[in-house]
Design a protein around this ligand. Structure first.
Ligand SMILES: *[C@@H]1O[C@H](CO)[C@@H](O)[C@H](O)[C@H]1NC(C)=O
Ligand SMILES: *[C@@H]1O[C@H](CO)[C@@H](O)[C@H](O)[C@H]1NC(C)=O
Ligand SMILES: *[C@@H]1O[C@H](CO)[C@@H](O)[C@H](O)[C@H]1NC(C)=O
Length: 513
């Protein structure tokens, strides 16, 4: 029996050895290409084993590449760059063709020159760097999380491993700026490494005017957008691309934010008006059963973040003014239902009532401001408010009544509490910037008629992208048909005026309940 077993065993042994030898050859060859061939192969004088990997991309014939400058570039494009074998795939070649055409058009337009020292940021494949070299921009390098010799060095867009004022041209393709979690650092790093008067070109996916304006704001500190146009992509990941060309002008004071706010230019920003135009209609007629109508209205709400792309924002902030318990709206609504485009929002809960403070201690990503939002820093009084007609309110917990300055207090009954009020508009201006995406919910028992005008007066309203506002008026009561709530003196029409004035100023406001 044994000899018959031995024969196939021997054969297998030989096969395994042959296979191992094959693997060995491949490794040696790979090591050779990486360590020795590397860049010297580019010269094309002596390249052992490299002939199958050589690819010569016919740049001049591709796509819209037949541009005026192509003739001058053709000399260079005949040089062959040797690359590891996995680069010769069809996808890779398509990408190189696409980028060659893109860069040639940029040369023709004067944003790039063959002498330019160039950087491609967050390039996973190095196709853009390869294309640059192919069309003759030889002094080009890429950076990516994972290095890919010889074209791509290790580095990331938000921490570029080069000195100040190094490059004439920086390219960020494949929606790199949209994908980064640190767009502000990314923009700052590109501005830092770009020479004065240098150009940076971005390929982004999004096209709505809101995100375009966020992009412009992101670069306001250093640069000017000189051109944008839409081009067709080369694969499914980005079928349509918006190409934006930015020029470095020099550093500007970022406090221009404040200037802008003081001029109140933002209040008429066209792109914000557009957003408002697409919002749900306001309920023009006073509802007879507001406790039903307004609650139902939540289903109609068109959220800002479901209409536009919010990628180019620096931070994402939710301010809950009159937050009450964590579960009453932050936990039950904002965390669960507000569409966040996968962004992490920082939450500011503004709640003066001590009864709710304890539970906020444990909440991550939530900052509690244990004061009342008011129009200036001063002590205030408020009543603990148990709406007699509303059993649900009693059960859920207490709510704050309308707050008043301490000295205007009348008799001062038993349920009156003293609290600290703060200047909400000033706080907002010192806490967020125009580069942040700011969502606000405001439920302040009638104080909205003080706070909203103050937001306008100070320009702080410009910092808010979207408001969910509960407007308090003498509404029809559930308990007692035909009777209005005696708690508030404003009318539904006054509320409607408040909503309309916000929308007319380009603030996306929703009727909250
Ligand atoms: C590089 O530029 C940054 C941003 O302008 C600046 O803060 C830093 O000091 C500069 N570094 C050097 C070495 O000049
Ligand atoms: C959010 O992330 C999930 C999973 O990573 C993804 O499927 C989804 O498309 C993302 N949504 C948005 C709006 O980016
Ligand atoms: C109000 O109080 C805050 C916090 O204590 C302080 O930073 C701010 O300067 C004060 N504002 C005014 C107008 O006094």
């Amino acid at each position: 029996m044994e000899p018959t077993v031995a024969k196939p065993g021997f054969l297998r042994n030989v096969l395994v050895r042959l296979l191992l030898f094959g693997v060995f050859i491949v490794i040696i060859r790979f090591a050779y290409i990486i360590t020795i061939a590397g860049e010297t192969c580019n010269v094309g004088d002596f390249c052992f084993f490299s002939s199958p990997e050589k690819i010569n991309v016919a740049v001049t014939g591709s796509g819209s590449g037949g541009v005026a400058g192509a003739g001058a570039l053709a000399v260079r494009s005949s040089s062959e760059l040797a690359l590891p074998v996995h680069h010769a795939s069809k996808d890779w070649i398509n990408g190189v063709r696409f980028y060659s055409s893109v860069f040639q058009n940029l040369i023709v337009a004067g944003y790039l020159s063959p002498e330019a020292k160039s950087l491609c940021v967050d390039t996973v494949t190095g196709r853009d760097v390869f294309a640059l070299k192919e069309i003759g921009v030889v002094d080009s390098v890429g950076i990516s999380k994972k290095a890919l010799k010889p074209l791509v060095k290790s580095g990331e867009g938000h921490r570029i491993p080069f000195g100040n004022n190094t490059f004439d041209f920086v390219f960020s393709g494949e929606g790199g700026l949209e994908r980064t979690v640190k767009p502000v650092e990314f923009a700052r790093e590109i501005a830092r490494t770009l020479k004065p008067e240098g150009f940076a070109v971005f390929h982004v996916k999004t096209k709505d005017s809101y995100s375009y304006n966020s992009f412009v704001d992101l670069f306001k500190f250093c640069c000017k957008v000189v051109k944008f146009n839409d081009i067709q992509g080369f694969d499914d990941s980005m079928p349509e691309i918006r190409e934006i060309v930015v020029k470095k002008i020099g550093y500007r004071n970022i406090d221009s934010d404040i200037e802008l706010i003081e001029n109140k230019k933002c209040s008429v920003a066209g792109y914000k008006r557009e957003l408002v135009k697409n919002a749900e209609e306001l309920i023009e007629e006073e509802p007879l059963k507001p406790w039903i109508t307004l609650k139902k209205n939540v289903k109609n709400i068109k959220y800002a973040s479901s209409m536009v792309d919010i990628s180019f924002k620096s931070r994402y902030v939710y301010v809950d003014v009159g937050a009450r318990s964590y579960g009453s709206s932050i936990g039950s609504w904002f965390k669960k239902q507000y569409p966040k485009q996968n962004k992490t929002f920082h939450v500011y809960a503004i709640e003066a009532d001590k009864a709710f403070h304890e539970e906020y201690v444990m909440k991550k990503g939530v900052t509690l401001l244990p004061y009342a939002a008011w129009v200036k820093n001063e002590s205030l009084v408020f009543e603990i408010n148990n709406d007699p007609g509303d059993k649900k309110t009693e059960k859920v917990g207490r709510g704050m009544g309308r707050i008043q300055p301490l000295d205007s207090q009348g008799g001062g009954g038993g349920g009156v509490h003293k609290i600290q009020g703060f200047d909400f508009a000033e706080w907002l201006k010192s806490t967020v910037t125009m580069n942040d995406f700011v969502v606000m919910k405001m439920d302040v028992e009638g104080t909205e008629f003080d706070l909203i005008p103050r937001l306008f007066e100070t320009g702080a309203i410009c910092l808010v992208d979207e408001i969910f506002l509960e407007c308090h008026y003498n509404r029809w009561q559930r308990c007692c048909p035909g009777q209005r709530s005696p708690k508030y003196e404003k009318t539904y029409d006054q509320c409607l005026q408040l909503f309309n004035s916000l929308r007319q100023s380009g603030v996306l406001v929703h009727q909250w309940f």
